[in-house]
Write a new protein. Sequence first.
Length: 182
Amino acid sequence: MAKVSGPLMSMEASGKFGGTLVFTKWKGRPVVRQLVKPANPKSADQELARNRTRVTGAVQSWLNKTLLKATAQTLTQKARIKAVTPGGYAWNGFITATIIGAGGLAYTAATAAYAELEVLEKTAWDDAAAALVPAINDVYQTVAGGGAGVAIKQGEVFFIQQYGLSLISLATAPGAVPPTYA
């Protein structure tokens, strides 16, 4: 993205120009970019990417709102993530990239590990997610074509979060027993 000074011979510009450029502000600085007309494919792959993003959004939302700390920890998970986030990255982008992984591999591994749990173990994860303050909720999902899919249950969202934390060495790999927070 190009930084601009005095765009269009003015002190400030916003909006599209000539059907090819867009002038706007980014983090308070004036910028110009190419006008892109978004396509909104509703293919299975696109909906899968959106679903993964919805789950990581729910994780970030919970991390932002909670004051709970994992057992034996003195900092919240958000503070711990911020402490290990590489320079130049925002903590939320870092945890999203970690949970999804290259090509969705980490996310796929997390959901596969969750699928291996017994019914009572999944119920324990659901109960643990519901007991958190605030509770982690089910996450709406879509299918190819944009229709409603089966929601990801709160316990699976909590499991995926813990799996992501284990990838950056902030938790042990999740298993049958969910972690405790206080």
